[in-house]
Ligand binder design. Structure first.
Ligand code: CA2
Length: 146
């Protein structure tokens, strides 16, 4: 498959815990469910999905850098790094791939420290507070721009 028909899905720290705790905030779907719905949305549009999750910032940066070689765009839920990481922002802008920022919960309805995103002004697409379905929405909106 050519680079133009592949997307990278990145899930950041603690998202491996999806479906195990805080269902009132994040729902009951697991990370495996997230990967499945996102891959299905991509495949429907003729794209293959590669999925990565890590609790380590450097591993996420390496995955983003690798996408430069063989992906057309990135769907990312950076978890808490959204609100803290210049490094992640620099990686995403550095590879010059369009990306969609996804948040399962409505960060604007939560604590003030979740209201700021280091990605807000550089993301091609932002999908916030739509639950796990937001990943599929992000794929569709991102692919529409490719
Ligand atoms: O709403 C989102 O998707 C977030 O990106 C999730 C992050 C949070 O820090 C952001 O403010 C919003 C947290 C991910 C941790 O996910 C867990 C899931 C289940 C149980 C515990 C943590």
């Amino acid at each position: 498959m050519t680079a133009s028909r592949r997307l990278l899905l990145v899930n950041g720290p603690n998202l491996n815990l999806l479906g195990t705790r805080e269902p009132e905030v994040y729902g009951t779907a697991t990370l495996a469910d997230v990967v499945k719905v996102t891959a299905e949305a991509a495949e429907t549009l003729g794209y293959e999905l590669r999925a990565e999750q890590s609790n380590h910032e450097g591993v996420l940066i390496d995955a983003i850098h690798a996408a430069r070689e063989d992906c057309a765009g990135i769907v990312i839920n950076p978890g808490g790094l959204t609100h803290t990481s210049v490094v992640l922002r620099d990686a995403l802008t550095g590879v010059s791939l369009p990306f969609a920022e996804v948040h399962i919960s409505d960060v604007y309805a939560r604590e003030e420290f979740r209201h700021f995103s280091y990605l807000h002004d550089v993301a091609a697409v932002r999908v916030i507070g739509r639950g796990v379905d937001g990943y599929a929405e992000a794929v569709r909106a991102l692919v529409a721009q490719l």
